[in-house]
Design a protein around this ligand. Structure first.
Ligand code: ZN
Length: 252
C-alpha cells in the first residue's frame, strides 16, 4: 500500500514530466519555424505569427497548438486545404520526447538547460539538412558563438582547451573523410562536426563520429534495401550525427 504522501509525490512528478513534455512541444514548434524560415532567409521573429507555407495566410492561435491542431485539421491548412508536411508534427513530438529523456537524465539542474540548447541546435540543423541538404553558415556561427558563451559562463565545468581540440579534431577527421569519399560527406558536414566538437570536446566528438557512421551505414542500407533511396541519392548525414550525439549524452 502506498500512502497519501507517496501519491502526492507521484502526482507531482507526473505533472513535472507533462510540463517538460509540453515545453518540448512548444520549442519543437519554434524549431519548425526555424527549419522553414532560415534557409529561405526569412526572419524567425517577423512576422511573429506562423503562416501557411502554401497560401501564406496567418494561422490562428487555435490552429497553431502543437500536435493537437495538426491532428484536428488532419494535416491540412484551414484556409486553402492544402496538405501541411508531416515534418511539423514529427519535429514537435521528437522535441517533446527528447526534453523528457533529458529531464529523466539530469533533472532540472543547470546542465539540463545546456543540453536543451545543444539539442535545439541539433534538431534545427538536422531538419534543414533533411529538407534542403544544406548547412547554413549564419546558423553555424550562432552555434559556435553559443558554444563559446557556455565556456565563458562556465556552465558545464568544461575545459575550453578540450573544446578547441574537439573543434579541430572533428573538423580534420571529417575533412579527411570528405577527401577520401570523393565528397560523399559534404563540406557543410565538416563545418558542422567541427562546431559540435567545440561544444562536446575531442574525445566525445570522435565517439560521436564513429557512432554516426555506424548508425548512418545501418539506416542507409535499410533505405537502399527497401528501395526508398538509390545509391546515387545524397543522404543527409547530420540527422545521424544528431542521433549519435543524443545517445552519447544519455550515456554520459
Ligand atoms: Zn494555406
Amino acid at each position: 500500500m502506498i500512502n497519501i504522501y507517496q501519491w502526492r509525490e507521484r502526482i507531482e512528478k507526473f505533472i513535472e514530466i507533462i510540463s517538460v513534455f509540453i515545453s518540448g512541444l512548444i520549442f519543437g514548434s519554434f524549431f519548425n519555424v526555424c527549419i522553414y524560415r532560415i534557409p529561405k532567409k526569412i526572419s524567425i521573429f517577423s512576422p511573429s505569427r506562423s503562416f501557411c507555407p502554401h497560401c501564406k495566410s496567418i494561422i490562428k492561435w487555435y490552429d497553431n497548438i502543437p500536435v493537437l491542431s495538426y491532428i484536428l485539421l488532419k494535416g491540412r491548412c484551414r484556409n486553402c486545404n492544402k496538405k501541411i508536411s508531416i515534418r511539423y508534427i514529427i519535429i514537435e513530438f521528437i522535441t517533446g520526447l527528447l526534453f523528457v529523456l533529458l529531464f529523466f537524465k539530469f533533472g532540472l539542474e543547470k546542465v539540463y538547460f545546456y543540453y536543451i540548447i545543444l539539442i535545439g541546435f541539433i534538431v534545427i540543423f538536422s531538419g534543414i539538412d533533411l529538407e534542403k541538404r544544406l548547412v547554413i553558415n549564419k546558423l553555424l556561427l550562432i552555434f559556435i558563438f553559443a558554444g563559446i558563451i557556455f565556456y565563458i559562463v562556465d556552465f558545464k565545468k568544461n575545459d575550453i582547451l578540450n573544446g578547441i581540440l574537439g573543434f579541430s579534431t572533428g573538423g580534420i577527421v571529417i575533412y579527411l573523410l570528405n577527401f577520401f569519399s570523393n565528397g560523399k560527406i559534404g563540406e557543410g558536414d565538416i563545418k558542422f562536426i567541427a562546431a559540435a566538437g567545440l561544444w562536446i570536446g575531442a574525445y566525445d566528438i570522435i565517439n560521436v563520429i564513429f557512432y554516426s557512421f555506424l548508425i548512418g551505414g545501418f539506416i542507409s542500407s535499410i533505405l537502399l534495401l527497401l528501395k526508398i533511396k538509390n545509391r546515387y541519392d545524397k543522404i543527409a548525414f547530420i540527422p545521424f550525427v544528431a542521433l549519435a550525439l543524443f545517445l552519447k549524452i544519455m550515456m554520459m
